[in-house]
Write a protein that binds this ligand. Structure first.
Ligand SMILES: [Ca+2]
Length: 394
C-alpha cells in the first residue's frame, strides 16, 4: 500500500490524514464597488495544456483527432508564431508574471518537490491583478511554481480558490507523484489542504473539468467577471488514458504515440464539455478563451512537433513554439491566423488590460500588450518588442 503522505510545505495543514475542513466551491465576498466595476468586462478562461506538441492538434495536420480544438481555433484566432519556454515552471512563471524567467530566477529548470524554491513573492501575478480589478479568480490543475512555504501557494498568489496538483507528472488516477525511490506523495489539493476525499482514482482530465464546471455553476456571471485558469495535467507523461479513447487509435503502431493520442482525444472532449458549460451557465457570449501549450512535445513520450526541430527541454523551435489560439464571440477578426510574434509573457498585460486592471511601471513587464484588433473598444499600438532585455534590467 502507498504511504498516505502528501507533498507538503513545512508546518502546513496537509499532514497525514484526511481533511475535515474542506469547503466545496466557496463563494467569495465581493466589495460593492467591485460589483459595480464588474459590468461589461469579459470572463477569461485560460486553458494551459502540458507538453502538447506543435503537431499534436488536428489543424496542424496531426493524425490525432481534435474536433473541438479545431473548431474553436477555426472560429477564433490561431496564433501561428506563438512562443513559450521549453519547460513547465519557466513557462508558467512567465504566464503568471509577464516577466522572463531570467528576471525571476526560474531560468534553470523545473521546481522539484524537495526544492525550497518558488515563484519569488515580490512578483505580482496575473490573478492578483485581475483580483484587484474585481475578478473572481479560480485555478484548477497543475501549479508547478513551488510550495515550500504557505506564501507560495496558489491561494496566496491571487487565486480565490485552487484545486489541483502542486507539482506535475504524477499518476493520472492515484494522484501520487514520485520524485525518486521512497519519495512519493499525494499531490492533490483543495485550497491549501490535501484533498484526501478525492483519492478515488478519477482520471485527472475528467476530474479537473468537473471541478471547473462546478466553479462555473456556482458563480453568477452577471454579477462579477470570472478568471478561470484551467491547467490540465494532460498530456504530459506518464502515458495513461481511459480505454475508450485508446480504441480510436488502434492503427497507430507506436504504443507511446497511441496512448498519447488517446490522452489528447480525452483532453479535446474535456474542452468540449467546458465550452458546453460556458454556454449552459450564461458565460459564453462574454467570455475570452485562451488555449495554450506550456512547451513543445516530448517525442519519447508520444508527442510530435513536426515539422519543427527539437523537443521539449530544448531551445529549438520544437521546444518553444507552441499550439495556441484565442476563441471568443467578442473577437473582431474571427476565423483568422495571427502570424505576429506572440509570447507567453504577453498574456499578462493583454489580459489585465482586457479586464480593465492597472499596469504599473514597477511591474517591469517583459510581455507586451497585443491587440491585433482582436477586441472591440481596445485600441492602441503594441509596444515595440525588444529582442533582448534592456541592459538596465539585467
Ligand atoms: Ca510542460
Amino acid at each position: 500500500p502507498r504511504p498516505r503522505v502528501a507533498f507538503c510545505f513545512p508546518a502546513g495543514p496537509c499532514a497525514m490524514g484526511p481533511s475535515t475542513t474542506r469547503t466545496r466551491f466557496p463563494s467569495v465576498a465581493v466589495p460593492p464597488e467591485h460589483v459595480r466595476r464588474a459590468a461589461g468586462r469579459p470572463h477569461i478562461v485560460f486553458i494551459l495544456v502540458d507538453d502538447q506538441g506543435f503537431r499534436d492538434v488536428g489543424y496542424h495536420g496531426s493524425e490525432i483527432k481534435t474536433p473541438t480544438l479545431d473548431r474553436l481555433a477555426a472560429q477564433g484566432v490561431k496564433l501561428e508564431n506563438y512562443y513559450v519556454q521549453p519547460l513547465c515552471s519557466p513557462s508558467r512563471s512567465q504566464l503568471m508574471t509577464g516577466r522572463y524567467q531570467i528576471h525571476t530566477g526560474l531560468q534553470h529548470s523545473i521546481i522539484r518537490a524537495t526544492q525550497p524554491n518558488c515563484l519569488p513573492l515580490e512578483n505580482v501575478t496575473l490573478p492578483q491583478k485581475l483580483q484587484q480589478a474585481g475578478y473572481s479568480t479560480h485555478m484548477v490543475g497543475k501549479w508547478h511554481l513551488g510550495f515550500y512555504k504557505r506564501g507560495c501557494l496558489p491561494t496566496q498568489r491571487g487565486f480565490d480558490t485552487f484545486f489541483g496538483s502542486l507539482l506535475g507528472s504524477g499518476d493520472y488516477y492515484s494522484h501520487y507523484k514520485c520524485e525518486g525511490p521512497g519519495m512519493c506523495g499525494y499531490d492533490l489539493y483543495e485550497g491549501e489542504e490535501a484533498a484526501w476525499e478525492q483519492d478515488r482514482g478519477m482520471y485527472s482530465t475528467v476530474m479537473f473539468t468537473r471541478k471547473a464546471v462546478g466553479i462555473l455553476a456556482n458563480h453568477d456571471p452577471r454579477r462579477q467577471p470570472l478568471f478561470l485558469y484551467l491547467a490540465y495535467q494532460a498530456v504530459h507523461s506518464p502515458l495513461q488514458a481511459p480505454a475508450r479513447y485508446l480504441e480510436r487509435y488502434k492503427a497507430i503502431p507506436n504504443p507511446h504515440r497511441r496512448k498519447y493520442a488517446a490522452m489528447v482525444s480525452c483532453l479535446d472532449e474535456a474542452v468540449h464539455n467546458l465550452t458546453l458549460a460556458l454556454k449552459r451557465y450564461g458565460y459564453y457570449d462574454n467570455t475570452v478563451i485562451v488555449y495554450s501549450s506550456d512547451n513543445g512535445g516530448q517525442p519519447l513520450a508520444g508527442g510530435s512537433n513536426w515539422p519543427l526541430r527539437g523537443s521539449k527541454a530544448t531551445y529549438w523551435e520544437g521546444g518553444i513554439r507552441a499550439v495556441g489560439f484565442v476563441h471568443s464571440p467578442l473577437l473582431v477578426n474571427k476565423g483568422t491566423k495571427c502570424r505576429s510574434l506572440v509570447h507567453i509573457t504577453d498574456w499578462f498585460p493583454t489580459l489585465v488590460t482586457l479586464g480593465e486592471g492597472t499596469i504599473d511601471e514597477d511591474l517591469n513587464l517583459d510581455g507586451h500588450f497585443f491587440h491585433m484588433h482582436l477586441f472591440p473598444g481596445i485600441h492602441g499600438n503594441a509596444t515595440p518588442r525588444a529582442v533582448l532585455p534592456s541592459p538596465k534590467r539585467l
